[in-house]
Write a new protein. Structure first.
Length: 102
């Protein structure tokens, strides 16, 4: 069972990596990981995640997470939206400029 789950997760990761590579853009390694994570979230049916979750999954402090997201936002990859349930946190979403069905 664990082996099957691991293979499914790996194939989803490869698919997300291939989607990112098809965009032909220059990103740092950490920026790529964040975008791949967001693609996986979107592909799973959940379109949102928080800045805090991204930082904790990547073992980054708030400052580094914010810097990476600022760069991705400047490049048009993500948008930060205020979380309606917690005004002190942001929801991070992929922008609509990327068609994930390609």
């Amino acid at each position: 069972m664990k082996k099957k789950l691991l293979l499914e997760n790996f194939s989803q990761f490869i698919k997300a990596k291939d989607i990112l590579n098809s965009w032909n853009v220059t990103l740092s390694f950490q920026e790529k990981l964040v975008v791949i994570y967001l693609i996986l979230i979107k592909e799973s049916g959940s379109a949102v995640t928080s800045q805090e979750i991204i930082g904790s999954l990547m073992d980054l402090n708030k400052s580094k997470t914010s810097r990476i997201l600022n760069n991705l936002e400047d490049k048009g990859f993500v948008m930060r939206l205020q979380n309606p349930l917690n005004k002190r946190s942001n929801i991070i979403v992929l922008t609509k400029i990327f068609n994930l069905e390609e």
